[in-house]
Design a protein around this ligand. Sequence first.
Ligand code: FMN
Length: 149
Amino acid sequence: MSAPVLLLYATVSGNAEALAHAAAAALGARGRRCAVENAADFPAGRLREFDVALVIASTWGEGELPPEAAEFGAALAAPALRLDALRFAVLALGSRSYRDFCAGGRRIDELLAARGARRLLPRRECDTKFKTDFKEWLGQVEVALASSA
Ligand SMILES: Cc1cc2nc3c(=O)[nH]c(=O)nc-3n(C[C@H](O)[C@H](O)[C@H](O)COP(=O)(O)O)c2cc1C
């Protein structure tokens, strides 16, 4: 059996977590097995267990990943980690009231690509009202998964 779709979130106040669970529920309703994981306790090497990773990450501090996900970000920066078999899409949460808009999600997106993983979709960056972005992103993910299944 193929691996489940990974929904990996990096959060402080829970938005990314809620969206990861909502995405898993929506994809699950369409027959896709999903696994939801928190980057705070997810070793980056485990990405090799999956074919598809959907990452929802917020930005905190001054353009940083949520502090609990910092270790995951650092591990993803190791050139020895190769993720050539992985396809991914990143939904970045942030607020345009900050200078480094969505920098945390951007960092994850760039690091995954640097590790050899291939984008299913371009990164989507969301301001604080992210409902519509999320719906559209998820629709695009479903189309991309269906056309590359
Ligand atoms: C103290 C604080 C710092 C933040 N820093 C940034 C930032 O540097 N860049 C950005 O785009 N958004 C920033 N945000 C906005 C959050 O990323 C945004 O509210 C997001 O939806 C939070 O998602 P989460 O609940 O999954 O952590 C910040 C929010 C707070 C409260």
